[in-house]
Design a protein. Structure first.
Length: 172
């Protein structure tokens, strides 16, 4: 059985313009270039429809420190939770779009989070994934309806027999 990986909605404009280090305040542990790299990596990951190839261990370890994401058992369970279904992708994007971006720029990635959050909101990606989810549900329900109709409607209303009934002429 194949695993449903959910809808993939590519949104290349999300990455433009690229984030540049001069837009960010360095922290004690991260340079402005580190912040720009993470922001660009996250925007690329989202804009390409969450490809597994971009979900590296390094990216995962950086991601779980932002937007209120918490570590799961490991990157594989985080991946399974957020990226193997359309509902998971919606939850991931909602976490970003709804995050209040706490802290001072010189102590957190708040400046990166604000830009990513704004771009996700402006791109209306959550609405696009919700629309795709509605289409998925409709396709599934229509397939179920067709299967059930084939099973039960034919049984309830059998087709007429092509054979003529036998006549008992001696009764007439």
């Amino acid at each position: 059985m194949t695993q449903d990986l959910g809808a993939v909605i590519a949104w290349p404009r999300l990455r433009s313009p690229r984030l540049l280090p001069d837009a960010f305040v360095p922290t004690r542990f991260s340079t402005a270039a580190d912040k720009a790299k993470f922001g660009n990596d996250l925007l690329a990951f989202i804009s390409e429809g969450f490809p597994k190839s971009r979900f590296t261990r390094v990216f995962y370890r950086e991601l779980i420190g932002h937007f209120g994401f918490i570590a799961h058992y490991d990157e594989n369970t985080f991946w399974a939770f957020y990226f193997t279904s359309t509902d998971g992708r919606i939850d991931f994007l909602r976490e970003i779009a709804d995050w209040p971006c706490w802290g001072a720029y010189e102590h957190t990635y708040r400046d990166v989070e604000e830009i990513v959050r704004r771009r996700v909101r402006e791109a209306r990606l959550i609405e696009a994934y919700r629309a795709e989810r509605r289409r998925e549900v409709e396709r599934h329900e229509r397939a179920t309806l067709a299967r059930l109709q084939a099973k039960y409607v034919e049984a309830a209303f059998p087709a007429p027999s092509p054979l003529e009934p036998t006549r008992q002429s001696e009764l007439f």
